[in-house]
Design a protein around this ligand. Sequence first.
Ligand code: FNR
Length: 181
Amino acid sequence: TPKKIALIVGSARKASINRILAKALVKLADPSLQFQDIRIDDLPIYNGDLEDNRPETVNRFTSEVAACDAVLIVMPEHNRSLPALLKNAIDWGSKPADANVWRDKPTAICGASPGAIGTAVGQQHLRQILGILGATVMGGETYISFKPGLIDDDYQVTNASTREFLSAMLNKFSTLIQKLT
Ligand code: FNR
Protein backbone atom coordinates (compact mmCIF):
# COMPACT_ATOMS: atom_id res chain seq x y z
CA THR A 1 0.00 0.00 0.00
CA PRO A 2 1.21 3.54 -0.73
CA LYS A 3 2.82 5.37 2.18
CA LYS A 4 3.08 9.09 2.77
CA ILE A 5 6.59 10.24 3.62
CA ALA A 6 7.29 13.66 5.11
CA LEU A 7 10.39 14.94 3.29
CA ILE A 8 12.31 17.42 5.42
CA VAL A 9 15.42 19.12 4.03
CA GLY A 10 17.65 20.78 6.62
CA SER A 11 18.81 23.63 4.36
CA ALA A 12 16.85 26.60 3.05
CA ARG A 13 19.53 27.54 0.53
CA LYS A 14 18.29 27.79 -3.08
CA ALA A 15 21.32 25.88 -4.41
CA SER A 16 21.35 23.40 -1.51
CA ILE A 17 23.15 20.14 -2.32
CA ASN A 18 20.86 18.45 0.20
CA ARG A 19 17.83 19.69 -1.71
CA ILE A 20 19.39 18.21 -4.85
CA LEU A 21 19.96 14.91 -3.04
CA ALA A 22 16.37 14.96 -1.77
CA LYS A 23 15.04 15.43 -5.30
CA ALA A 24 17.23 12.57 -6.54
CA LEU A 25 15.92 10.30 -3.77
CA VAL A 26 12.30 11.10 -4.66
CA LYS A 27 13.09 10.18 -8.27
CA LEU A 28 14.86 6.96 -7.27
CA ALA A 29 12.21 5.74 -4.83
CA ASP A 30 9.50 3.20 -5.53
CA PRO A 31 6.22 4.95 -6.47
CA SER A 32 4.61 3.38 -3.38
CA LEU A 33 6.56 5.97 -1.37
CA GLN A 34 4.67 9.23 -1.83
CA PHE A 35 6.82 12.12 -0.67
CA GLN A 36 5.41 15.33 0.68
CA ASP A 37 7.77 18.27 0.87
CA ILE A 38 7.48 19.78 4.35
CA ARG A 39 8.52 23.41 4.68
CA ILE A 40 10.55 24.41 7.76
CA ASP A 41 12.08 27.74 6.73
CA ASP A 42 8.95 29.72 7.63
CA LEU A 43 8.85 28.58 11.27
CA PRO A 44 9.78 31.21 13.86
CA ILE A 45 12.56 30.42 16.30
CA TYR A 46 11.00 28.43 19.14
CA ASN A 47 9.72 30.62 21.97
CA GLY A 48 7.44 29.26 24.68
CA ASP A 49 5.55 32.55 24.70
CA LEU A 50 4.12 31.59 21.31
CA GLU A 51 2.58 28.40 22.72
CA ASP A 52 -0.66 30.11 23.84
CA ASN A 53 -1.41 30.94 20.24
CA ARG A 54 0.83 28.93 17.93
CA PRO A 55 1.65 30.66 14.63
CA GLU A 56 -0.21 29.32 11.59
CA THR A 57 3.04 28.11 10.00
CA VAL A 58 3.78 25.99 13.08
CA ASN A 59 0.30 24.42 13.06
CA ARG A 60 0.65 23.69 9.36
CA PHE A 61 4.04 22.06 9.95
CA THR A 62 2.94 19.84 12.83
CA SER A 63 -0.28 18.73 11.16
CA GLU A 64 1.55 17.89 7.92
CA VAL A 65 4.13 15.76 9.72
CA ALA A 66 1.48 14.10 11.91
CA ALA A 67 -0.51 13.11 8.81
CA CYS A 68 2.46 11.28 7.27
CA ASP A 69 3.35 7.61 7.86
CA ALA A 70 7.09 8.24 8.01
CA VAL A 71 9.79 10.90 7.85
CA LEU A 72 12.84 11.24 5.60
CA ILE A 73 15.36 13.85 6.72
CA VAL A 74 18.03 15.06 4.28
CA MET A 75 20.37 17.43 6.01
CA PRO A 76 23.71 19.20 5.89
CA GLU A 77 26.10 19.10 8.82
CA HIS A 78 26.78 22.37 10.59
CA ASN A 79 29.82 22.31 12.82
CA ARG A 80 29.53 18.55 13.22
CA SER A 81 25.90 18.79 14.29
CA LEU A 82 22.46 19.27 12.79
CA PRO A 83 21.60 22.70 11.35
CA ALA A 84 19.72 25.05 13.71
CA LEU A 85 16.99 25.31 11.07
CA LEU A 86 16.22 21.62 11.48
CA LYS A 87 16.60 21.58 15.27
CA ASN A 88 14.08 24.40 15.47
CA ALA A 89 11.54 22.40 13.46
CA ILE A 90 12.16 19.30 15.60
CA ASP A 91 11.61 21.36 18.76
CA TRP A 92 8.28 22.72 17.51
CA GLY A 93 7.16 19.21 16.56
CA SER A 94 8.09 17.84 19.98
CA LYS A 95 5.72 20.10 21.93
CA PRO A 96 3.35 19.76 23.67
CA ALA A 97 4.68 16.35 24.73
CA ASP A 98 1.33 14.62 24.31
CA ALA A 99 1.20 15.83 20.70
CA ASN A 100 4.85 15.07 19.87
CA VAL A 101 4.72 14.38 16.11
CA TRP A 102 7.95 12.34 16.10
CA ARG A 103 6.85 9.58 18.47
CA ASP A 104 6.80 6.15 16.78
CA LYS A 105 7.47 7.67 13.34
CA PRO A 106 9.65 5.48 11.14
CA THR A 107 12.44 7.92 10.28
CA ALA A 108 15.40 7.74 7.93
CA ILE A 109 18.33 10.14 7.95
CA CYS A 110 20.73 11.04 5.17
CA GLY A 111 22.82 13.97 4.11
CA ALA A 112 25.35 15.41 1.71
CA SER A 113 28.49 17.45 2.18
CA PRO A 114 31.41 18.41 -0.04
CA GLY A 115 33.64 16.74 2.57
CA ALA A 116 34.55 13.06 2.85
CA ILE A 117 32.90 12.21 6.18
CA GLY A 118 30.55 15.19 5.98
CA THR A 119 27.25 14.76 7.88
CA ALA A 120 28.25 11.50 9.62
CA VAL A 121 28.82 13.20 12.98
CA GLY A 122 25.83 15.52 12.59
CA GLN A 123 23.66 12.48 11.92
CA GLN A 124 24.76 10.98 15.23
CA HIS A 125 23.45 14.07 17.03
CA LEU A 126 20.18 13.93 15.12
CA ARG A 127 19.79 10.21 15.87
CA GLN A 128 20.21 10.91 19.57
CA ILE A 129 17.56 13.65 19.56
CA LEU A 130 15.06 11.57 17.57
CA GLY A 131 15.66 8.64 19.93
CA ILE A 132 14.77 10.81 22.92
CA LEU A 133 11.59 11.88 21.10
CA GLY A 134 10.60 8.26 20.47
CA ALA A 135 10.98 8.15 16.70
CA THR A 136 11.94 4.77 15.24
CA VAL A 137 15.13 5.75 13.46
CA MET A 138 16.33 3.34 10.79
CA GLY A 139 19.76 1.82 11.37
CA GLY A 140 22.73 2.26 9.08
CA GLU A 141 24.32 5.44 7.80
CA THR A 142 23.81 7.36 4.56
CA TYR A 143 26.22 10.20 4.11
CA ILE A 144 27.09 11.31 0.62
CA SER A 145 30.29 13.06 -0.37
CA PHE A 146 28.87 15.44 -2.93
CA LYS A 147 31.03 16.19 -5.97
CA PRO A 148 29.92 18.30 -8.94
CA GLY A 149 28.12 16.07 -11.46
CA LEU A 150 27.20 13.35 -8.96
CA ILE A 151 23.57 14.29 -9.53
CA ASP A 152 22.70 15.69 -12.97
CA ASP A 153 20.24 18.43 -13.97
CA ASP A 154 17.43 15.85 -14.15
CA TYR A 155 18.21 14.70 -10.58
CA GLN A 156 19.59 11.37 -11.76
CA VAL A 157 22.45 9.93 -9.71
CA THR A 158 25.23 9.51 -12.27
CA ASN A 159 27.51 7.24 -10.24
CA ALA A 160 26.22 3.64 -10.38
CA SER A 161 27.47 2.53 -6.97
CA THR A 162 26.06 5.65 -5.25
CA ARG A 163 22.76 5.10 -7.06
CA GLU A 164 22.59 1.46 -5.89
CA PHE A 165 23.53 2.47 -2.35
CA LEU A 166 20.74 5.06 -2.22
CA SER A 167 18.24 2.66 -3.80
CA ALA A 168 19.08 0.01 -1.20
CA MET A 169 18.57 2.56 1.57
CA LEU A 170 15.15 3.53 0.17
CA ASN A 171 14.12 -0.12 -0.17
CA LYS A 172 15.17 -0.84 3.40
CA PHE A 173 13.20 2.20 4.57
CA SER A 174 10.14 1.06 2.61
CA THR A 175 10.33 -2.38 4.28
CA LEU A 176 10.62 -0.75 7.72
CA ILE A 177 7.60 1.47 7.04
CA GLN A 178 5.50 -1.49 5.83
CA LYS A 179 6.39 -3.35 9.04
CA LEU A 180 5.60 -0.48 11.38
CA THR A 181 2.56 1.20 9.85
C1 FNR B 1 29.29 23.95 7.11
N1 FNR B 1 29.76 22.89 6.35
C2 FNR B 1 30.17 21.72 6.98
N2 FNR B 1 30.43 20.58 6.24
C3 FNR B 1 30.74 19.43 6.87
O1 FNR B 1 30.93 18.41 6.23
N3 FNR B 1 30.85 19.39 8.24
C4 FNR B 1 30.61 20.46 9.03
O2 FNR B 1 30.69 20.36 10.24
C5 FNR B 1 30.27 21.68 8.38
N4 FNR B 1 30.02 22.81 9.11
C6 FNR B 1 29.43 23.90 8.52
C7 FNR B 1 28.95 24.95 9.30
C8 FNR B 1 28.28 26.00 8.71
C9 FNR B 1 27.71 27.10 9.58
C10 FNR B 1 28.11 26.04 7.31
C11 FNR B 1 27.37 27.18 6.65
C12 FNR B 1 28.62 25.05 6.53
C13 FNR B 1 29.77 22.95 4.87
C14 FNR B 1 28.49 22.37 4.30
O3 FNR B 1 28.63 20.97 4.16
C15 FNR B 1 28.21 22.99 2.94
O4 FNR B 1 28.03 24.39 3.09
C16 FNR B 1 26.99 22.38 2.29
O5 FNR B 1 26.85 22.88 0.96
C17 FNR B 1 25.73 22.72 3.09
O6 FNR B 1 24.63 22.00 2.60
P1 FNR B 1 23.54 22.70 1.62
O7 FNR B 1 23.09 23.97 2.22
O8 FNR B 1 24.22 22.89 0.29
O9 FNR B 1 22.46 21.64 1.52
